[in-house]
Design a protein around this ligand. Structure first.
Ligand code: ATP
Ligand code: MG
Length: 153
C-alpha cells in the first residue's frame, strides 16, 4: 500500500454531487475551497486544489447516473480527495485518460464541458493520482500536497 494512504486524520468532510445537473457544477468545489481556507490560507495551493475538485465534481455531474460523493480528508501537509459514484463506469480507461477524448453529451458541451481535459488537469496538479472504474462505479483518489510544509520534503 502506498505510504501516502497510511496516515489517519479526524478531519473528514463529505459533499454530495447530484447527477445530470449541470447548472450547479462548481458549487461544491467552491464550498470545499471556502472550508479549506481555514486550514490552508495559501492562494496558490487552494487554486490548484480548487481546479482539481471542480473537475472531479463536473465528472460526477456529467458522466454518472446518480451523481456521487466527494470526500475531503485534511492532513497537516496535504488534502486527499476521494470522488466516488455507482456507475456506469468508464468503458475504456486508457481512452478516458487520453487528452481530448470525451463522451460528454451535447447538453454539457453547450455549457463548455467536454473538452476531454478534466482528468488530465487533475493529474497535472495532483501529487498522487489513482483511478479505478468498473460498471459498478468509478473511484478517483488524488492528493495535493502543501509544499510549504517542511514535512513533505
Ligand atoms: N465518474 C465517471 N464515470 C464514468 N465515466 C467517466 C467519469 N469521469 C470521467 N469519465 C469518462 O472519461 C472521459 C474523460 O473525462 P475528462 O474529465 O478528462 O473529460 P470530459 O469530462 O469529457 O471533458 P472536460 O472535463 O474537459 O469537460 C469522459 O468523457 C467520460 O467518458
Ligand atoms: Mg471532465
Amino acid at each position: 500500500m502506498e505510504n501516502t494512504l497510511s496516515t489517519t486524520t479526524d478531519k473528514v468532510f463529505l459533499y454530495d454531487v447530484i447527477g445530470a445537473q449541470f447548472d450547479t457544477i462548481g458549487s461544491k468545489a467552491l464550498a470545499v475551497k471556502k472550508m479549506l481556507n481555514d486550514y490552508f490560507p495559501k492562494n496558490d495551493y487552494l487554486r490548484r486544489l480548487g481546479v482539481c475538485v471542480f473537475e472531479a465534481e463536473a465528472n460526477l455531474a456529467i458522466h454518472t447516473i446518480h451523481g456521487g460523493s466527494i470526500e475531503v480528508m485534511i492532513f497537516s501537509d496535504r488534502v486527499r480527495i476521494t470522488a466516488k459514484d455507482d456507475g456506469p463506469g468508464m468503458k475504456d480507461m486508457k481512452k478516458a485518460l487520453t487528452p481530448g477524448f470525451s463522451t460528454a453529451p451535447e447538453s454539457a458541451r453547450q455549457l463548455g464541458f467536454g473538452g476531454g481535459v478534466g482528468l488530465n488537469n487533475i493529474k497535472r496538479f495532483a501529487d498522487y493520482f489513482y483511478i479505478e472504474s468498473s460498471k459498478k462505479g468509478t473511484t478517483l483518489i488524488f492528493e495535493v500536497w502543501n509544499d510549504d510544509d517542511p514535512t513533505t520534503h
